[in-house]
Design a protein around this ligand. Structure first.
Ligand code: 13P
Length: 257
C-alpha cells in the first residue's frame, strides 16, 4: 500500500486575500504534523495558480489544475492546455469532474481526450468518476462506474502515472457522505476493473471524494481500498483541512511502519 494522497479542489472559490490567509493558516497548523508533504495537492482556480505555486514551493505541497483542454494549442478561447499547467508548475490535473460532466456536458470520450493530453504533457491526471442518485437507486452504480472508467480512461504507457477518484455525484457538496460499505464495494470494483484492464494498474491510487470533512476523514482513510481523498468544501476551511491532513498522516505512519 502506498501513502495516501490528500487533494484539495477549491473549485471556483476564494479571493486573493482569503487564499493568502488560508495557506498561511494551513502551513502554520500543519507544520507540526509529520506528513509526507508531496502527498498534499492544492487545485486552485487557474488565475491563482502562480500565486499558490509560489507559496507551495516553500512548503513542499503539490499544485494541480481543476481541468485542462482536450486540445494541445490553438484558437480555443478560454481554454488552458495541459502543457500550460505543466509549465506553471502543476503536477496533477483533475479530468472528468462531475461538475464538468454536468454543467459542461463533458462525455466520456471528451474526458478521455483530456486525460490523453494530461499524460502527454507529463501531468498525473486524476480521472473522476461517479454515479448520480438516480443511477444508484436504479442499482446501476457498478455498471456506470465500469462504463465511465473504461470509456474515459486514456491509453497509458508504463512510465505514466494516473489516479482515479470515485466521487458519487449525490455526495458532492451535499453533506451526504457515502457509507463505508458502499465506498469499500465501489473501490474494490474499480481496483478489479483496473487490474483487468492491465495487471500493472494494481498500484493505481483510487481516491474517495464527496462531503469528506474533519469528522469522517479518519474512518474513510483507514479503509485499505481508499488511497486518499479529494476534498471540496472542507479544503477551504483551515481547521477542517488540517484535521484531514492529520488523519492522512496518521494512516500513512501506520502504512510506513
Ligand atoms: P465536497 O467535498 O464539497 O463534497 O466536494 C467534493 C468534490 O467535488 C471534490 O472534487
Amino acid at each position: 500500500m502506498t501513502s495516501k494522497l490528500t487533494i484539495a479542489n477549491w473549485k471556483m472559490n476564494g479571493n486573493l486575500e482569503q487564499i493568502r490567509n488560508l495557506l498561511s493558516q494551513l502551513f502554520q497548523d500543519t507544520a507540526q504534523i509529520a506528513h509526507s508533504r508531496e502527498k498534499v495537492v492544492i487545485c486552485p482556480p487557474y488565475c491563482y495558480q502562480s500565486f499558490v505555486i509560489g507559496r507551495l514551493a516553500e512548503f513542499g505541497w503539490q499544485l494541480g489544475g481543476q481541468d485542462c483542454s482536450r486540445y494541445t494549442s490553438g484558437a480555443y478561447t478560454g481554454e488552458i492546455s495541459a502543457e500550460m499547467l505543466k509549465v506553471i508548475g502543476c503536477r496533477y490535473v483533475l479530468v472528468g469532474h462531475s461538475e464538468r460532466r454536468q454543467h459542461h456536458h463533458e462525455s466520456n470520450a471528451l474526458v478521455r481526450q483530456k486525460m490523453q493530453q494530461a499524460l502527454k504533457a507529463g501531468l498525473t491526471p486524476v480521472l473522476c468518476i461517479g454515479e448520480t442518485l438516480q443511477e444508484r437507486e436504479a442499482g446501476l452504480t457498478l455498471k456506470i462506474i465500469e462504463n465511465q472508467l473504461y470509456e474515459s480512461m486514456a491509453e497509458v504507457n508504463t512510465e505514466q502515472e494516473f489516479v482515479v477518484a470515485y466521487e458519487p455525484v449525490w455526495a458532492i457538496g451535499t453533506g451526504r457522505v457515502a457509507g463505508i460499505q458502499d465506498i469499500t464495494q465501489v473501490h474494490q470494483h474499480i481496483k478489479s476493473l483496473l487490474v483487468q484492464s492491465n495487471p500493472l494498474f494494481e498500484s493505481i491510487p483510487v481516491l474517495y471524494g464527496g462531503s469528506v470533512n474533519g469528522q469522517n476523514a479518519r474512518e474513510i482513510l483507514s479503509l485499505g481500498e481508499v488511497d486518499g481523498v479529494l476534498v471540496g468544501g472542507a479544503s477551504l476551511k483551515a481547521d477542517e483541512f488540517t484535521t484531514i491532513i492529520a488523519a492522512a498522516a496518521q494512516t500513512n505512519e501506520k502504512i510506513n511502519l
